[in-house]
Design a protein around this ligand. Sequence first.
Ligand code: ADE
Length: 255
Amino acid sequence: MIFHIITIFPEVIECYAKFGVIGRALQKGIASLKVHNLRDFTSDKHKKVDDYPYGGGSGMVMQVEPFYNAVKHIKETENESRIILLSPQGRIFNEKLAVEFFEKKEPLVLICGRYEGIDERVKAFVDEEISIGDYVLSGGELASLVIIDTIVRLMPGALGDELSAKEDSFMKGCLDYPHYTRPDEFDGMKVPSILLSGDHKRVALWRKKEALRATLQKRPDLLKDLSSEDMKILKELCSEINEKILEGRYEPVNH
Ligand code: ADE
């Protein structure tokens, strides 16, 4: 799958994309990334890409023409691409949307504006606006990396350890289970003994239960479309919690 990013900070993207999951996926050729410097698409001799806002006011507004030229240039080689403007006004990005993009395999063109403002007419050649959350970033660069990272993680071979991908889907829809590594005791805090038992079946069941426990306590809204096995575990968890409440031992999770 191919990702294009249009930005005035190509170095930021290129630097981040050298490392970790994205870096490995690019090296293996599982994904490809093309970073386009918006300044290469302006006709201004000083490579300026913004100007004063019509109607007055503070700050500068990014001009429509460089974006138009950049998208046109990309479309010359990518016929079926999806043009996305990163914006706090967009549809909220989540795992489900990441899976949708991954399954469609369409090349994604991610347009990064700076939040001071972008000429409204850019939206005329954008397929959709996407936000990564209800807060305002200074620009779309971080948001585009979030989107690429989330999609690349879904690609077979991207996580290196194939088991992690399998576990990811095994735990689909749930929060993650708790992880531990050496030492087996730190400052009086012990690793749950079941993880030291070597009994893979019991470990897998424990992880599933703890993932469901975390989800029930922190994000019950995510508990949808559960398998009958998960429902059984959830019922057990609910009666454990009920028991604790009745005995005054329940400690709610605050976050
Ligand atoms: N640009 C500025 N804020 C953003 C956000 N929350 N999501 C995506 N792009 C943005």
